[in-house]
Design a protein around this ligand. Sequence first.
Ligand SMILES: N[C@@H](CCC(=O)N[C@@H](CS)C(=O)NCC(=O)O)C(=O)O
Length: 202
Amino acid sequence: MKFYDGAAPNPRRVRIFLAEKGVEVPTERLDIPKNEARSPAFLKKNSLGAVPVLELDDGTIITESVAICRYFEELYPDPPLFGADAVERAKVEMWNRRIEIEIMTNIGAVALHTFDFFKDRVMQVPAYAEAQRETSMKKLAWLDGELADGRPYLTGDRFSVADITGMTASMIAGFVGIEIPEELSNLRRWDDRLRSRPSWDA
Ligand SMILES: N[C@@H](CCC(=O)N[C@@H](CS)C(=O)NCC(=O)O)C(=O)O
């Protein structure tokens, strides 16, 4: 198998996941700014021109960071990062989607609509970026409220792929200068906990 990687948030989700599992996979790192993920050869692997991509020995291609993580979860079930029973699995799915949709997409839009890097990739609307920056602050306050019960991780006591999505959102927030306000102490506590994991540097 080969893992097509890149210096960017979504491939990093898979890198963190693999680090948490203690698994090493043959990897090729594409140079995203040099458009290597959009080369004709790579578009045959992923028609969306993006990493991460996992290519299996029989030629099967898996794209989408969470789908790749799910595949590795099947191969290496310990420690469980998608939940250990029916309720946990549902909560992981719930929280992963909540973090992607409510947090990461909003923060990501700030980057997409302002960074020069994306100007040929999306139709940029700077006013939309500003609106999303404001929305992001409201969503962070919402998440702080959710974490007010003091649980260490999104789904409870167990770290999961939903927290990994949170780590990625936190990284993107850093790129666009969104900081967690001092008063959102529950969120800060969770973010500090994630940053202290060795996999943060994956
Ligand atoms: N939904 C996809 C998103 C993949 C994606 O957007 N990848 C970006 C890096 S974070 C990419 O490879 N971009 C290549 C380019 O813009 O040329 C996932 O979760 O894997």
